[in-house]
Write a protein that binds this ligand. Structure first.
Ligand code: PHE
Ligand code: ZN
Length: 850
């Protein structure tokens, strides 16, 4: 690495200039794009030169207040364009060329198939034209897009359409104006030949908004679920947060090549097509839910992100943590609260807890970065959302609403900080925000150690925070958080439920006048994102009696996990197997029941190992699944038959619940690897009308060597080979396989006609899923590491963001056993010594190796 520049929060400085308005013209051609950028600029500080951010672009002309500047009036460097000696107020016109058709990084203006589209967050705009490409410079954008009429009938940008230019024979143009000042990262442009569906929404104040979703030709019927989700989100934000939409038009465009999920560009969201397109034949129930939540997430950004934006990128969680909390609340309101909470906690633990215990751990408000792209993390997003949730828990619905109203009133139209947000939260509550703020600055997952005693009718609960001395060189302090607990009597009745505030390193809470020692139900609803360390818990009792859906689930999970470690030590676990039978008979919401019956993931178990070794974990899980499947085979088959509705593709909660439970059962039975299960899975594949059922059937079939597997996968491939979204599932199923010889098969799949390394979704499905298939990725001959590392090096050359994402698979390095650790080290050293490695990949690998 030649120049690795680390950017620090403590060095933040306000901008020297303001760009009041910007007028952009794009002339799109097949071999180049001409950009004209006219900015009205005002000097804010006593400086002489204007330093603009500039990426790889070809300057054509610079004009200042009508005067063409000679080369002595400006300086270019690899990353900047400096205009020397500028006046107080001036108009700067820059003309430059870019080459979107060659843009493989998918940042700035690029082509996804035949569609021109943009991705500018966080720092893509500088690759379009020189600019003050930082979120605290907010400007009014007017944009004209000109392109070939036939190839690009649809021309879009932010805001409202103010002009159509039809007069250039084979070409045409459209001018868009966005009246809301915004930072450059929210700028967007799209040109293509697209189908669309349209609808409308009338806001609470009576404004009619036109809603359009643009998709590839022939796909418009697959956008109806996204449209319904958008309308639900608009309604919800009015009701729950009093937030209305503020333009006459809201456009969404789906593209196949996109580095992330979706982007909230003002009035013109651009989406990974995976989060727009769905029908029963091609999308799973989880896909439908994912679309609903991402559509809502991007819509909610209109207020939390766009109207009020971030002062600098260190504040990213200001918009992301808050917006994730908002989309989680929305999904909980629209679907099942209990299932939503468990799914959110599961995702947090699988991704964020792992990150927080790794060398890439960082606070939700990082203190420094090399590449901002590396900070769109589970920590900033999901832990950030948990932090907002704790505030909501401590304030309660009413005060939280007052506080968010105040936030919107106080900061509308501004670029602000997490401190500003906390200031608004503080106006209506009694909790100690100064102390609470540690959540923004300290990384790592707090562990709370629980000890109990009972004497003379008094129950004493001692809660001690295990505080590591130092994390990243910084002394750690005790955290401040809400902890919801309940005490249950010997019959399982609730004696009391209470929200404690935990603020000290250790504290004892006493409860008097009890007839007997109560049973503790702790961290109800997962009120704080922490780890509970509590020995000697009566899990079967809580599995039976705990009325809190989260802690009941937790009891089952903890008990299962503990039993698997007992299995590793060769101990008896019949108590768990008995308790599991009790769960099978419970009359509960079916989706919730499906979650209760799930065994803990390998990722969850791995977090409990001092030194990580995957082999025993896989063995223990297989063994436990087998014990359950054998003992309860009849019961499981009964549940399967009761809930199997091959012709039902409805999305109501009962239908979804039946599919979830039936498929959980099929997966459990899979452990038997019997003829009967093989037939059942094949029948499910052949007879069902839903993708949900097909995917689970294929996943079970993939374990078998028999011809049924081959047939089903061939059928699937032939049926869906022209649908790239379904092909993602195909590659992911194969890369997640547990059958021998996986690496070779994954290598071969790269030359499949459908596979394309330039499409991030496909890479994530094949290589990304392989890297999370621990059994093969961590194989003790080093073959998995070697393969993934070479992919990282190769992909880094054309899409660094995708490469550094894959490099994350190595972050478990310091916790691995000696053998794997040594192999990983050799591999990572090879990656980091690669000539011309991107700063994205460098930053991740360098942190891991340190
Ligand atoms: N801001 C987007 C979101 O959270 C995520 C994103 C970041 C997309 C960077 C692309 C690039 O909705
Ligand atoms: Zn977001």
């Amino acid at each position: 690495m030649s120049e690795v520049k680390e950017i620090f929060l403590k060095d933040y400085k306000e901008p020297d200039f303001n760009i009041e308005s910007v007028n952009l013209t794009f002339e799109l051609f097949e071999d180049e794009t001409d950009v004209t950028n006219i900015m009205k600029i005002e000097k804010l500080d006593n400086v002489s030169d204007l330093v603009l951010d500039a990426g790889e672009l070809e300057l054509k002309e610079i004009v200042l207040d009508g005067e063409v500047l000679g080369s002595d009036r400006y300086i270019t460097s690899e990353e900047t364009l400096t205009i020397l000696n500028v006046p107080q107020n001036f108009i700067l016109e820059i003309r430059n060329k870019i080459y979107p058709q060659n843009n493989t990084e998918l940042e700035g203006l690029y082509k996804s198939g035949a569609i021109f589209c943009t991705q500018n967050e966080p720092e893509g705009f500088r690759r379009i034209t020189p600019y003050l490409d930082r979120p605290d410079v907010m400007s009014v954008f007017t944009t004209t897009v000109i392109a070939d009429k036939e190839k690009y009938p649809i021309l879009l940008s932010n805001g409202n359409k103010i002009h159509c230019h039809e007069s250039f024979d084979t070409r045409h143009g459209v001018t868009w104006h966005d009246p809301h000042p915004k930072p450059s990262y929210l700028f967007a442009l799209v040109a293509g030949d697209l189908d669309f569906i349209t609808d409308s929404f009338t806001t609470a104040s009576g404004n009619e908004v036109e809603l359009n979703i643009y998709v590839d030709k022939g796909n418009s019927q697959k956008a109806t679920h996204a449209m319904a989700s958008l309308i639900n989100a608009m309604k919800w934000d009015e009701e729950k947060y009093g937030r209305e939409y503020d333009l006459d038009i809201y456009n969404i465009v789906a593209v196949d090549s996109f580095n992330m999920g979706a982007m909230e560009n003002k009035g013109l969201n651009i989406f990974n097509s995976a989060y727009v397109l769905a029908d029963a034949d091609t999308a799973t129930d989880a896909n439908f839910m994912g679309i609903e939540s991402v559509i809502a997430h991007e819509y909610f950004h209109n207020w939390t992100g766009n109207r009020i934006t971030c002062k600098n990128w260190f504040q990213l969680t200001l918009k992301e943590g808050l917006t994730v909390f908002r989309d989680q609340s929305f999904s909980a309101d629209l679907n099942s609260k209990e299932v939503q909470r468990i799914d959110d906690v599961k995702a947090l633990r699988e991704r964020q807890f792992v990150e927080d215990a790794s060398p890439t751990a960082h606070p939700i408000q990082p203190k420094s970065y090399i590449s901002m792209n590396n900070f769109y993390t589970a920590t900033v997003y999901e832990k950030g959302a948990e932090v907002i949730r704790m505030i909501h828990t401590m304030l309660g619905d009413e005060n939280y609403r007052k506080a968010t109203d105040l936030y919107f009133e106080s900061f509308d139209g501004q670029a602000v900080t997490t401190d500003d947000f906390l200031w608004a939260m503080k106006q209506n509550g009694e909790f100690d925000l100064e102390h609470f703020k540690l959540w923004y600055d300290q990384s790592g997952t707090p562990t709370l150690q629980v000890t109990e005693s009972f004497e003379n009718g008094t129950y004493a609960l001692t809660l001690a925070q295990k505080i590591p001395n130092k994390v990243g060189g910084e002394t750690q302090k005790a955290m401040y958080f809400p902890l919801k607990i309940a005490l249950l009597d010997k019959d399982g009745n609730e004696i009391l439920e209470k929200m404690l505030i935990i603020s000290k390193e250790s504290e004892t809470f006493r409860f008097d006048d009890l007839v007997a020692k109560p049973t503790l139900s702790i961290n109800r609803d997962f009120s704080a994102p922490i780890i509970i360390d509590h020995q000697g818990v009566d899990y079967p009792f809580l599995m039976k009696h705990d009325q809190n859906s989260f802690t009941r689930y937790e009891a089952a999970q903890e008990f299962a996990g503990q039993s698997m470690f007992k299995l590793i030590d060769g101990e008896d676990i019949s108590e768990f197997v008995d308790a599991y039978g009790y769960l099978l008979d419970l009359e509960l919401d079916l989706s919730y029941k499906a979650l209760l019956l799930e065994l803990p993931s390998i990722t969850t178990l791995m977090q409990k190992q001092e030194v990580v070794d995957f082999e025993p974990l896989y063995e223990a899980k297989e063994k436990l699944s087998m014990m359950i499947a054998q003992r309860y085979e009849t019961k499981l088959l009964e549940l399967y038959t009761q809930n199997n509705e091959p012709n039902n593709s409805e999305l109501d909660s009962l239908s979804i619940g039946r599919r979830a439970l039936k498929n959980r059962v099929l997966t459990l039975l899979g452990a038997l690897k019997s003829e009967k299960v093989l037939t059942l899975a094949k029948e499910q594949y052949d007879n069902t009308v839903t993708m949900t059922d097909k995917v689970v059937a294929l996943d079970v079939l993939e374990m078998f060597e028999e011809s049924e597997r081959v047939e089903a996968f061939e059928d699937f491939y032939n049926k869906y080979k022209n649908n790239t979204l379904v092909m993602n599932k195909y590659f992911a199923l194969l890369a997640a396989s547990s059958r021998d010889g996986l690496l070779q098969r994954v290598q071969d799949l790269q030359s499949d006609a459908v596979y394309d390394e330039k499409v991030p979704n496909l890479v994530r499905s094949l290589i990304g899923v392989f890297a999370r298939n621990y059994k093969y990725f961590h194989k003790k001959d080093g073959s998995g590491y070697d393969f993934v590392a070479n992919k990282i090096i190769e992909i880094d050359k054309f899409n660094p963001q995708m490469a550094s994402g894959l490099a994350g698979a190595f972050k478990i390095y310091p916790k691995m056993n000696e053998k794997n650790k040594n192999l990983m080290e050799i591999t990572l050293k090879c990656v980091i010594s690669t000539q011309g490695l991107s700063k994205n990949t460098f930053e991740i690998v360098n942190k891991i190796l340190k």
